[in-house]
Write a protein that binds this ligand. Structure first.
Ligand code: PBG
Length: 324
């Protein structure tokens, strides 16, 4: 048989495959999400996220040191607020001595070079489990943005490197940027959850923080998963308003969106490989139906290939181990 081109030549062995490989993961690609709890010596395994824990600040510091030693350079913090701290204003979110603020200081104190990113949204602090303030059964935009601004300023004051609004209210990136400027936090970055879809894949996360919405769903602020053009509109507006990094979330069911966003913007793009995506791999591996290690690397590589410069993933540590 005469063939002009034999594509298999470049797949002959591992050496040649490594020469022509297009996508490689590295430890600094990963953002490690961390769940924080009050107390001491707390290490609570999240039932729907086997192998993933919610730690008190002491355990969090140990974890962050381990992540650093593995080459991971950023963490994304989520706190579990006690029930008695929850209300419909979110005011615990900007308490200077709140759990988030204490955690930021403790991490920056222990490891000044670790990039500390903080979740900005009211759901952990909301009696309704919604990302904003509720009036007459609706999540009201503008009062929520005012609250998010206070929350962001208090994170910046505590030493956060990057605030990460995950709420999907309109105008919050511009308002937060303006407030950071006015208060001279000119080194604080903003990673905007720009194309965040109303997704069933956040279920285990809401278990981790006990933050499931008490009524309704999040469809009046998070995006309809059938929409593509809207993702570009949201992302470009966030960049115009001052976002340093933009995000697509979830990741695996939205690889097309990651690619379109990547092609449309000139800022780094992150993708959030969310809790339900973690749980799916864990569950099928537990059943013996897929190989967990291979699934982790294939999924994360596909997210990077799609166009993500950064990946927030609960598999950050596993991936680094598998890569080395
Ligand atoms: C809430 C928030 C959610 C996640 C990150 N921030 C849940 C939600 O929007 O209901 C989900 C992360 C995950 O599932 O891993 N602002």
């Amino acid at each position: 048989m005469f063939l002009q081109r034999r594509n298999r030549i470049l797949r002959t062995n591992a050496s040649i495959r490594s020469l022509v490989s297009e996508t490689t993961l590295k430890p600094a690609d990963f953002i490690a999400p961390l769940f924080i709890d009050e107390g001491e010596n707390v290490a609570f395994e999240i039932p729907s996220m086997p192998g993933y824990y919610r730690y008190s600040i002491d355990g969090t510091i140990k974890e962050v040191k381990l992540l650093w030693s593995m080459g991971i350079r950023s963490v994304l913090l989520f706190v579990k607020a006690a029930d008695e701290m929850k209300d419909n204003t979110g005011k615990e979110a900007w308490n200077p001595d709140g759990l988030m603020q204490r955690t930021i200081k403790a991490i920056k104190n222990a490891l000044p070079e670790m990039i500390v990113m903080t979740d900005v949204a009211l759901d952990p602090y909301s009696v309704y489990g919604h990302d904003g303030i509720v009036e007459d059964g609706e999540i009201v935009n503008d009062p929520t943005v005012e609250a998010l601004v206070k929350m962001s300023l208090s994170h910046a004051k505590a030493g956060a490197d990057i605030v990460a609004p995950s709420d999907m209210m309109d105008g919050r990136i511009g308002a937060i940027r303006e407030a950071l400027e006015q208060n001279n936090y000119i080194k604080t970055g903003i990673m905007a959850y720009s194309a965040k879809y109303a997704s069933c894949f956040y279920g285990p996360f809401r278990d981790a923080l006990d933050s499931a919405p008490g009524f309704g769903d999040k469809k009046t602020y998070q995006m309809d998963y059938g929409n593509r053009i809207e993702a570009i509109k949201e992302t470009l507006m966030d960049i115009e308003e001052g976002a340093d990094i933009v995000m697509v979330k979830p990741a695996m069911a939205y690889l097309d969106i990651i690619r379109e966003v990547k092609n449309a913007v000139d800022v780094p793009v992150s993708a959030y490989h969310v809790s339900g995506e973690y749980a799916m791999i864990k569950a099928s591996a537990k059943m013996g139906w897929i190989n967990e290690d291979k699934a982790i690397l294939e999924c994360l590589t596909s997210i990077k290939r799609a166009g993500a410069d950064l990946i927030a993933t609960y598999f950050a540590k596993d991936a680094v181990k598998l890569l080395s």
